[in-house]
Design a protein around this ligand. Structure first.
Ligand code: NAD
Length: 437
């Protein structure tokens, strides 16, 4: 393919050189003439493992050249990859000024070019930036419609500086945010032969995935650092702890616990976090991330209360009360806390949880309910029907098939508190409210 790459920094230079080495014909564009000259001299404008040899090689074979002329680049290519910087503004917000400027320039050049061209953004930008800010700029210049007269896609880059060439050829994943399939198709040709799974998603999803990755990386670093600090203060070898932690591929390093849903609870996580933070404080170790995990959890719980408030309905049905599906354990259950908050606000609540009812019948948790939750005991229903007949809004915090099969369709707002396998299907239903979307 013939490609132009806008911005010859870390992302642009590596993308340009690697794509050229894969057999594509690449023109690099930069506003900085020094970078343009360096590339044309066969020298890389960034310092990275293997990038020097790669640029020298692809410039020698004629697969890569650079220019400051946007029109020339657009005329000679079918796809543009935009790799300009998106730094922080002084107040911490995302600066889109380079993106806007390069989009103005590409739009003006596209207006003079016949035939199909696809503009692909690789720069990191907040969800909505492409469709709400950049596409209107392109349409204004071209005098046409995105998806009809030209293609638009967002293709975030996941390379790590220092190993960027290696990461380019062995990406953790390829994300194609596409306006329509015709906008995303050229990227399949572009990256043909590279390993890793390809995800074709709507443009805002692609924009958000990059933030999910980076926020999680930050969280993980903070988590490991805080844990390391506590271990050190308590005389424990933190590296040994993390070696064993990371060896656990079943629970720790897996999608487990990483699905958006409801707040966590139970008799372990909250207690253990509290005691860890407490131990850190006693040892005079500051752990802001760990200290904010429980408040974050509580804020998430409050979001569910607000969702109910927003429906404007007063008669509420809650399916599930135990701390997670498949148990009758009520200790530190976030659903108990949710029920208490709603009850405290005067909502007319009915609760159904088959495991809790069975356990109560058997006597296993009777004492716990009577002594700790007498205010909720009177709200417990004996059947799904009892709740359905009573409620105008339904909160679903269970995977009990007997409940899921009976859930009303379109009769009142339905709020998911756990991520259910069929949640996506339900999203299309009138009245469905997802907590974590
Ligand atoms: P960079 O600052 O190294 O490079 C940006 C280049 O764009 C510069 O050479 C600049 O001169 C050029 N430029 C600015 N305006 C231009 C215009 N109108 N026309 C042509 N060129 C123009 O930035 P980077 O580190 O390569 O990052 C680029 C984007 O990719 C950012 O959004 C960043 O968040 C994202 N990203 C970076 C990395 C990384 O490791 N650096 C990884 C993934 C994603």
């Amino acid at each position: 393919m013939r490609i132009s790459v806008f911005g010859l920094g870390y992302v642009g230079c590596v993308s340009a050189a690697c794509l050229a080495s894969m057999g594509h014909e690449v023109i690099g564009v930069d506003v900085n003439p020094v970078k343009v000259d360096l590339v044309n001299d066969g020298r890389a404008p960034v310092v990275e493992e293997r990038i020097g040899e790669l640029v020298a090689e692809v410039v020698r074979t004629g697969a890569l050249r650079a220019t400051g002329d946007v029109r020339e680049a657009i005329r000679g290519s079918e796809v543009s990859l935009v790799c300009v910087g998106t730094p922080s503004a002084p107040n911490g917000s995302l600066s889109t000024s380079y993106l806007e400027r390069v989009t103005e320039e590409i739009g003006a050049a596209l207006a003079e070019r016949g035939g199909r061209h696809t503009v692909v953004y690789r720069s990191t930008m907040l969800p909505g930036t492409c469709l709400n800010l950049l596409v209107p700029i392109l349409e204004k210049h071209v005098g046409g419609t995105a998806g009809v007269d030209f293609g638009v896609a967002v293709n975030p880059e996941f390379l790590r500086e220092g190993t960027s060439v290696r990461d380019f050829f062995d990406p953790p994943k390829t994300v194609i945010g596409e306006l329509d399939p015709a906008s995303g198709d050229p990227l399949l040709t572009l990256y043909e032969g590279l390993p890793g799974e390809v995800f074709r998603v709507p443009i805002p999803t692609a924009e958000a995935i990059k933030y999910a990755d980076n926020a999680f990386h930050g969280l993980k670093v903070g988590f490991a650092n805080e844990l390391g600090a506590v271990c050190q203060a308590l005389g424990v070898d933190s590296h040994q702890v993390m070696d064993v932690f990371l060896a656990d591929r079943k629970l720790n390093i897996s999608p487990a616990y990483l699905r958006p849903g409801f707040a966590f609870g139970g008799s372990c996580l909250p207690k253990d976090l509290r005691s860890l933070v407490h131990a850190a404080q006693r040892a005079d170790v500051s752990v802001p991330i760990l200290a904010h995990v429980l408040p974050s959890n509580s804020a998430h719980l409050q979001r569910a209360v607000e969702l109910v408030e927003r429906t404007g309905r007063r008669r509420v049905g809650l399916f599930g009360l135990s701390f997670k599906p498949g148990t009758d354990d009520l200790r530190e259950s976030p659903l108990v806390e949710l029920a208490e908050r709603l009850f405290g606000k005067g909502y007319d609540l009915r609760i159904y949880d088959a495991n809790v009812s069975l356990s109560r019948l058997l006597g296993a948790n009777r004492e716990y309910i009577e002594t700790r939750l007498p205010h909720l005991a009177q709200l417990l229903a004996d059947s799904v029907d009892e709740v359905l007949e009573h409620a105008e809004v339904y909160l679903v915090g269970t995977r009990d098939p007997a409940v899921l099969a009976r859930l009303p369709h379109g009769s009142g707002p339905l709020i998911d508190l756990i991520r259910l396998p069929d949640a996506d299907a339900r999203r299309a239903e009138p009245g469905y409210v997802g907590l974590a979307w």
